[in-house]
Design a binder for this molecule. Sequence first.
Ligand code: F6R
Length: 610
Amino acid sequence: MCGIVGYISNHCVKSDLIKGLKKLEYRGYDSVGIALFDVNQNIKVLKNSGQIKDFISKYKNDTSDGHLGIGHTRWATHGVPSDNNSHPIFDQNETIALVHNGIIENYLDIKKELIDEGFKFKTDTDTECISNLISYYKNKNKDTLRSIKLTFQKIKGHAVVAIISKEDPGKIFGFKKGLAGSLRIGLSSNKISIASDLETIKSTSEKYISIDNKEIFVATLEDVLVISKDKKIEKEWISIDEKSETISKNNFDFFIEKEIHEQPEVFLSNFQNRVNFSSKEIDFSKELKGLNLDEIKRINLFGMGTSYYACLLASYWLEQISKIPTQCHNASEFTYRNPLVEENTLAISVSQSGETADTLSAANLIKEMKIPQIAITNTNNSELEKVTKNCINIGAKTEIGVASTKTFTATLEIFLLFAMYLAQKRNPGYPKTKIFQELKSMPSQIERILDNTKHIVDLAKLYSKYDNFLFLGRGYNYPVAMEAALKLKELSYVHAEGYPAGEMKHGPISLIDSKMPVFCIITEGSHRDKMISNIREVKSRNGKVIVLTNCSEKLDKSWYDDIIIFEKTEDLLSPFLSSVSIQIFAVNLALARNLDIDKPRNLAKSVTVE
Ligand code: F6R
């Protein structure tokens, strides 16, 4: 949610800012802007609503540049996406410009106080109260850093901010308050790089620090001063050894298509150092050093969106394979209901970005309760890992497509392996041999679906004219149905609902008519006969039934309108195959509607506000 970037160099930085913003566009893409300290030591702001490509085209003849600048790619919270509301946001005198990620909860009070002091506001953003507040304090005390500290104290809510001031050439100031995503500062011999993620600063930095909650910084080309509780603190500089990932679409038109096709490779790579197919053992001990799992009596899972649905499916696996009672929580609800968590509970918080504010809040609450906790993320050294300390990385590499695909199946895979790891001690009698056998062939089974997409693509085109869908499943197929509906909503803006099939008769059935295709996921082991009753009930009401199944031989052709068949496997592994099939359906239905499947409207890849 909003990407922040900044550079100080002995060379011009405009092109670095644009490159950085392109990398951060996944965090928000409704408007974009930069502020440069130009050769005349003036702050020049260039900004517009729309994406970076629109920015580049708008300013193609602009020659301004400078050795220091900040930039922002926005996901609007306060104020519609417009040129005016785009960041950087000036103070009223245009001597301070800043970019902000987060929400200022007391901005209306601050705005009123400043208006009473004679301040003028030109935007609808909450951010402008930060720039004007700094300006207000500075008018009194003439000291930029002191004014930033006072502003930091006055604002309530969540903010990561980078600030430049006309009277302070060569400096980028900033701070982090609350949960508003990451901020990294990278250092090399001739450049300071600041960004919301590590990937963006990798190519221009040798080492980096993270700015943590309640820290204020002042960066110059020579040094980075970090202050916490009014005292200078020494941060540990971490060297950047990994090369930055080369990110391309390969031969695909969209990143999300490429990422769907990467799933077999990700699946295979997650076996490494964890799965021993000869001894039929799983090992997470190196990743979870120091965590004693022997006393664990319960597991609580936390996530949002797709990560929540991964938790939902994992709760079935953890109970059935490892025999540990497991509860799954929507992180945003958990935090605010004064929850009770019993002793000997293990908490697992899931977030591919490692930055989701709701999940971080729940993780912080769990930490306060002194409950042992693991993060499952796709990001190294994430904000979530800082809270949980223990972390399993899902190894999906960068996912650019805003709707999660490979991170969903990679999270599922980690959960399945973790359930098997716990079962080694808790339930050694689980059907190990069969599961290991099928697990090994899972990457090839997924690959075969990806090599034969024509039928699913044709069906997606056929159904692209419908505006409502129901997805039904039982057992393992229920979380799959929920994730399927989410994927269709996100990518194609079609109204879609997922339900446990047993719930259908309790209300949703009244929606069924010939305009409501009902997607039914039917697998051999997950209550097949009950699902058959469900499809018959839909058909009897003139509904259109699309069956997604691995037991087509048990289904009479008259019971459904269309069918997608995937290979047979152990029932608990079938969600990998059904999920990939549905991803292909959702992506192609959105393409048939001519939509940007990499950047669906209103979404952002990293949801850093509650
Ligand atoms: C779905 C999607 C969102 C995220 C949710 C949580 O395609 O992208 O629903 O799953 O915002 O994000 P993370 O996993 O980063 O915590």
